[in-house]
Design a protein around this ligand. Structure first.
Ligand code: ATP
Ligand code: SF4
Ligand code: MG
Length: 399
């Protein structure tokens, strides 16, 4: 029996196309040296990210510092050019559009940055900052730009009379509201929020998060919410994607991800989240990751987490685990997932068989990697049938 048989997973796009649909997104930054600036290596900041965001949905993106979250966010708004993969927005392939062709898209996708201090030009008044997108896109508003900006300031809870003030006259939380007003000026469909509350005090964080939630219901906004803080992500997200060294390790609907993480890395991350209930705290297994995060210049082979994973076996360092769907909307990239469901248990057993078959046999490992990349699953391969090929790739946008 294949995983497909046991889980009844939907094929890609079965619920209609996602607003944002990213496949295999890649950004390698070349490292150069010498007079000729010859490339000698590359920072593999983002290396094959699959991510979907549906209309009106909030997807949280979490992971340790340097795992590629901001780079992913910048690629999605095309502030940076991908070196591989594809990016569809609202049914249109925007991966290789020129800056001129991208201009209309800039209205639909906006970004809110982490640092409300450096992201606002100190020499520009609030009116100039929030009105800039309207002027750049030559948007005609019924009552003029000034009135539109004042409406935006009121929308984010700022005093419209402060139109002529400068960023240094505002607190951190107020500055972040200015950044949000600027991002909303063109009425976007998708907001990339890159750590929008990390630089703020806890009480102010809650206000800004509440504001984002209110705005979402008012304008049916979609968010990609990038953050370190797993508690904030839990609060705001419908689905959560966990990144490790440039790749997605696991993504799932929020409750499933927090209640039954299946990827060892997610499990470790969540085990470090403070729990207020002393009984729960006592009962919980704390997983301490050993070793440093490896460099994205020379990441570990196959599963990039294998140098820190307590479950690692030979297979993990020789064959890349593909991102596969183990339950509707729940995708993981791990040969030995936590046995949270019968499907995950079957998967881990199949991987154990494969581990024995390819151990010490580089050619067999390469062949297995190829078959997995083509869409077969560990279960179908281990059971001797590749039936269901391609139907279980990590591509569902359900949630
Ligand atoms: N322009 C660049 N040139 C070279 N390397 C870069 C560049 N931008 C980012 N990187 C590297 O890419 C990797 C991912 O960086 P990124 O800023 O996306 O991480 P992050 O997950 O957002 O981290 P943090 O949580 O600290 O914000 C890091 O190793 C970083 O040093
Ligand atoms: S594939 Fe192996 S090393 Fe990677 S997370 Fe799973 S068990 Fe750990
Ligand atoms: Mg970042």
């Amino acid at each position: 029996m294949t995983l497909l048989d046991t889980t009844g997973v939907r094929a890609a796009g079965s619920e209609g196309e996602a607003l944002l649909d990213v496949r295999g997104l890649q950004r390698h930054f070349p490292l150069r040296k010498g007079l000729l600036r010859r490339q000698y290596a590359a920072v593999q900041a983002v290396d094959g990210v699959d991510l979907q965001v549906r209309a009106g949905e909030t997807v949280g993106l979490v992971g340790e510092s340097g795992c590629g979250k901001s780079t992913t966010g910048r690629l999605l708004v095309r502030l940076d050019e991908p070196t591989g993969g594809s990016n569809r927005f609202d049914g249109r392939d925007i991966t290789h559009l020129s800056q001129r062709q991208l201009r209309p898209l800039r209205r639909d996708v906006q970004i809110v940055f982490q640092d409300p201090y450096s992201s606002l030009n100190p020499r520009h008044s609030v009116g100039q900052i929030v009105g800039a997108p309207l002027r750049l896109q030559k948007v005609q508003t019924p009552h003029g730009t000034r009135r539109a900006v004042q409406d935006l300031l009121a929308l984010v809870g700022l005093n419209p009379e402060h139109y002529n003030r400068y960023p240094h006259e505002f607190s951190g939380g107020q500055r972040q509201r200015i950044g949000i007003a600027r991002a909303l000026a063109l009425r976007p469909k998708l907001l990339i929020c890159d750590e929008p509350v990390s630089a703020l005090d806890v009480s102010i964080q809650a206000q800004v998060v509440n504001l984002l939630e209110d705005l979402q219901s008012e304008f049916n906004l979609s968010y990609l919410f990038i953050a370190h803080d797993l508690s904030v992500v839990r609060h705001i997200s419908d689905r959560v994607a966990v990144m490790y060294l440039g790749r997605i390790a696991e993504q799932a609907p929020r409750v499933e991800l927090y209640d039954s993480p299946m990827h060892p890395y997610t499990k470790a991350l969540l085990s470090a989240v403070p729990v207020p209930d002393p009984d729960e705290r006592e009962a919980r297994e704390r997983i301490r990751l050993t070793g440093d995060v490896p460099s994205p210049v020379s990441p570990p082979s196959a599963c990039r987490f294998h140098t820190r994973c307590w479950k690692a076996r030979d297979l993990c360092s020789t064959v890349t685990p593909p991102l596969l769907e183990v339950a509707p909307g729940h995708q993981i990239a791990c040969h030995f997932p936590e046995p949270a469901t019968p499907e995950a248990t079957a998967w881990a057993h199949a991987s154990s068989d494969l581990d024995e078959q390819v151990r010490g046999d580089a050619a067999a490992a390469a062949d297995l990697e190829r078959r997995l990349a083509e869409g077969a699953t560990p279960v179908t391969i281990a059971s001797g049938t590749d039936a269901g090929r391609g139907a279980r790739r990590g591509s569902s946008t359900s949630g």
